[in-house]
Design a protein around this ligand. Structure first.
Ligand code: PEP
Ligand code: MN
Length: 301
């Protein structure tokens, strides 16, 4: 019987969305095992209780100039991880005339920028057929919300032995998220990082905010799992004005990392132009986050 308050002492023969003590024993034993886990990506980047790595970058690797501009900014702020998605899952099939996924070429730019600035690269794997190319360059593989339960993709990503960011689907229970995570762990890859990126719910503030950051899920996940949990206020709110407060709230609730979208000229971002912070806004968030992290005896890296 688990001592975790969140867990119900039910047999999983009863249908439930909640996590039961039987689940912990039989369905998600690895992801809920109790020893603390940190995920070491390299000497500079460790997701742990004491570090809050910030993953910053544009939505897509639109062009070489953009990715170099962003990398330079990130480096100047003392950050180490650049997100660069050369493959994008888009909600609607129509892509802007100026932009489509840069795929191989985008990965080549990521390769260049990684070596030039000595940065850690995160790239989303949208399909199995892209995994080999992404794996040559990316230091961390991201599996996005729409692929959270694409178990074959998860297994193959796990088999690369690279750290994996697994994003919670905007409609999934924590039970389903942890079930997906267990698929990574049974492959023997323990470099797992879970990400809360907002849920779909009726909105009270503005209808343009597509999702709501589930701050409470971060607290709940911290009871259930000892793997790092990061927060993505950019994709959660879809609205750059909200990103700073949600980033601070995530730090306060105990997140082990953040994803913050940034673009030198957000309104020109080819995808989701309402959500990236410009460089000035990013600098302010990082500086304030550093102070807040210090209050909690943690370090932004
Ligand atoms: C992203 O990180 O660019 C992304 C598509 O995220 P999500 O899967 O959370 O929508
Ligand atoms: Mn995105």
């Amino acid at each position: 019987m688990s001592d975790q308050l969140f867990v119900k002492n039910l047999s999983n023969k009863q249908p439930t969305k909640d996590i039961t003590s039987d689940d912990i024993k039989y369905k998600i034993p690895k992801v809920t095992s109790k020893n603390k886990k940190s995920v070491k990506v390299n000497e500079k980047v460790i997701f742990s209780e004491n570090n809050i790595p910030i993953i910053a970058g544009p939505n897509g690797v639109e062009n070489r100039k953009l990715i170099f501009q962003v990398a330079k900014k990130i480096k100047s702020l003392g950050l180490n991880i650049l997100r660069g998605h050369a493959y994008k899952p888009l909600t609607f099939p129509y892509r802007s005339k100026q932009y489509s996924d840069t795929k191989n070429e985008g990965m080549n730019w990521c390769d260049e920028v990684k070596k030039y600035f000595n940065l850690t690269i995160v790239t989303e794997v949208t399909e199995l057929k892209y995994l080999d190319r992404i794996n040559q360059t990316a230091d961390i593989l991201q599996v996005g919300t729409r692929n959270m339960q694409n178990f074959e993709l998860l297994r193959e990503c796990a088999n690369t032995k690279k750290p994996i960011i697994l994003k919670r689907h905007f409609g999934s229970s924590l039970r389903d998220l942890l079930g997906a995570a267990e698929h990574v762990l049974v492959e023997g890859n323990y470099k797992l990082i879970l990400c809360e990126r907002g849920i779909s719910a009726p909105h009270t503030h503005r209808t343009t905010s597509r999702f709501i950051l589930d701050i409470q899920a971060i607290a709940a996940l911290k009871e259930l799992t000892k793997f790092p949990i990061i927060s993505d206020p950019s994709h959660a709110s879809f609205w750059s004005n909200y990103v700073p407060s949600l980033a601070y709230a995530s730090i306060a609730v105990g997140c082990n990392g953040l994803i913050i979208e940034t673009h030198p000229n957000p309104s020109k971002s080819a995808v989701d132009p309402l959500q990236p912070l410009n460089f000035n806004q990013l600098s302010k968030v990082i500086n304030k986050s550093k102070k807040l992290a210090k209050f909690f005896n943690k370090k932004i890296i």
